[in-house]
Design a protein around this ligand. Sequence first.
Ligand code: AMP
Ligand code: TRP
Length: 333
Amino acid sequence: MGKKIFSGVQPTGNLHLGNYLGAIKNFVDLNNDPDNDCIFCVVDLHAITVKQDPKELKNNIRETVATFIASGIDPKKSIIFNQSGVAAHSEGAWILSCVARMGWLNRMTQFKEKAGKDKEKASVGLYSYPVLMAADILLYDATHVPVGDDQKQHLELCRDIAQKFNNDFDQDNFLQVPEPLIQKEFSRIMSLKDGSKKMSKSELSDLSRINLTDDRDAIENKIKKAKTDPLPMPSSVEELNERLEARNLLGIYSSLNNSTLQSTVDNFSGKNFSEFKNQLSDLLVKKIEPISLEIKKLLNDRPYLDKILLEGVEKANSIASKKIDRIKEILGF
Ligand code: AMP
Ligand code: TRP
């Protein structure tokens, strides 16, 4: 049976190789299976949980749409829309925030990381962010949610919220309890500068990540400068447990090449690190440069991008508004 897919990406700029390998590449494969119904959302309401410049936000929304399309998502097959265009997301988030428990949210590690030391100054939205994410998913009866490893905990919360709503209101299976779709290997791409930190949009040094808008020169330069260790190429996968940077680079190669870590290790064992880096650069240029060029082309055609969003909002709204009406009925409104 086909799957109902929902996922979201924040329009906060600097979409990078981690977003691509952890999430977007998976979206493309799901979009290509004609049995699936896919919805990919630019989660602009999530973006404003931290301060955004309105002009930049607008550009970043378009850039995220351009990245989806350039990566291979077909807007004729999948719904692409921005979250703020469909009012049911905000409404649903409020209602579900009355279902979710403080104790559940207090366990969310991403809030702790993002709020940092000064929790008192974090927005309330940053704290309740996973409830909005649950509304996103539950409004569309999504059966499967493709995400990177860092979103696993938020999906568990979404499942808990759905189950509690169904129990509290005696509505067996009314809210669909979704399954996460997380890549088994390479679900967490790490920084090129520190193999213990994940590759991130917000990292200050641009050398820590490959952006999906990087050109050939930038990619080659970043791989040349990527941190490694002085040892020769590993001869076994076990050896990589202690060698985080080497593991990450070999993982990136494997993921782009659709091969296992084991076969990549076997392939490069006994060779020089510089030879491996050259081949990794070539592979990255081959896979990422076409996406980067296409993003730039699409960004020159704003009316096209805006039309995709407008059509997407219309389609998404016709699904979500029905669901929110039912939810309100169940609540007694
Ligand atoms: P965000 O940019 O935070 O909206 O993330 C969009 C998607 O990319 C989510 O599914 C994340 O789990 C995924 N993602 C973000 N960073 C990484 C990373 N370093 N490795 C793997 N997946 C990631
Ligand atoms: N919280 C996700 C992230 O930061 C983005 C997101 C928002 C999402 N709503 C979603 C992902 C619904 C999957 C499904 O990456």
